[in-house]
Design a protein around this ligand. Structure first.
Ligand SMILES: Nc1nc2c(c(=O)[nH]1)N[C@H]1C(S)=C(S)[C@@H](COP(=O)(O)O)O[C@H]1N2
Ligand SMILES: [Mo]
Length: 325
């Protein structure tokens, strides 16, 4: 992961507040859905996901306690969230994923569930994610490259999915894998990482109420560049833990290998909890730069566990977080 702080070309549009954009976009998408394009979008309301997923609005998304008001911070701009991405399967620059994922067709999609679990199998995406349970959560997002965003995600608690799958008593971890198909994900032709992209969580981390299986953002179906149709978000961990385009969940009793740890074990550990007191070997983690704030905007101090210490701190009680980085 290279640190590249590029000047964003759309800084000039910053007079428009993110909130206004958010509302306008919502209004626009709702109107579009009603006025004709609606046939393709369908209604979520406990039924199915939109047939034409790209850009479609997710209906009936519930509120959660993780609102913009509760966080006290406005979401980042939609354009920043969807045009400044890390998704090496579609190229290694920040602009590449939006450009190179345009033709990617996420649906239909199945997720393999295997290992130490009561209900293994190949699950259709729409069966795994109960559409009527979708909720919006505005979370801080902190990349290990020392930049951050605030994103209104739409998803369902990972704990709910895990409970339905039924981990066996011996299961201690969940290993996740991204789709491995260089025809659909051209960035995989280059061996910049060990494909498939792999990530893992301890079972208690997966069960933590903050862990979210994400299928949308800004009220719409998850754009390809953000990990369509299904990605993980664990907001107290560095961004790379939030694996995109998940096709496998394996329940295991051993700490699973992860792509970034395999690539650079001294730099990226299994836990990767946001921690301003543990520097990356090549740079400090004390501060962060908010994407969209403009090139000269002051940096902000990074918060322990990205500000979610109250919710997650006790899971690491007694652990040496300098060793378990
Ligand atoms: N499969 C896959 N998942 C991935 C990545 C990736 O390259 N491939 N990049 C990670 C990193 S480093 C970050 S910061 C986030 C970026 O998510 P975003 O583009 O939605 O902001 O995705 C993570 N998930
Ligand atoms: Mo990242």
């Amino acid at each position: 992961m290279l640190i590249r702080f590029k000047k964003r070309s759309d800084v000039a549009s910053s007079e428009i507040t993110p909130k206004t954009m958010f509302d306008q976009r919502r209004k626009f998408l709702k109107t579009a859905a009603v006025a004709g394009a609606g046939a393709a979008f369908g209604s979520i309301g406990g039924a199915a996901f939109p047939a034409q997923a790209r850009g479609a609005m997710l209906d009936g998304v519930g509120k959660s306690k993780w609102t913009q008001e509760a966080l006290g911070v406005e979401p980042s701009k939609y354009d920043d969230v969807t045009m400044y991405n890390n998704f090496y399967e579609f190229g290694t620059s920040k602009e590449a994923p939006a450009r190179n994922s345009k033709k990617f067709k996420p649906l239909p999609w199945t997720v393999a569930v295997d290992g130490l679990v009561e209900h293994p199998g190949s699950y259709d995406f729409e069966d795994l994610i109960k559409p009527h349970m979708l909720e919006e959560r505005v979370y801080r997002f902190r990349c290990v490259e020392a930049w951050s965003m605030v994103v209104p995600w739409v998803g369902i608690p990972l704990a709910d999915v895990v409970k339905r799958l039924g981990p066996q008593g011996s299961a201690k971890y969940i290993a996740f894998e991204t789709l491995h198909d260089a025809k659909r994900m051209p960035g995989q032709k280059r061996r910049v990482l060990h494909w498939p992209y792999r990530e893992g969580l301890r079972l208690d981390e997966a069960m933590n109420p903050l862990s979210l299986l994400v299928v949308g953002l800004y009220g719409e179906v998850l754009p390809n560049q953000n990990g369509a149709p299904l990605r993980l978000i664990t907001p107290w961990k560095y961004g790379f833990k939030s694996i995109k385009s998940i096709v496998r969940m394996s329940f295991t009793d051993k700490e699973p290998p992860t792509s970034w740890n395999m690539a650079a074990p001294g730099e990226y550990g299994f836990y990767s909890n946001v921690n301003p007191t543990v520097d990356h070997p090549r740079w400090s983690q004390f501060m962060e730069r908010q994407i969209g704030g403009g090139f000269f905007a002051p940096k902000q101090e990074t918060l322990m566990f990205n500000g979610y210490e109250e919710e997650v701190g006790q899971m690491y009680a007694g652990m040496d977080l300098k060793k378990n980085y």
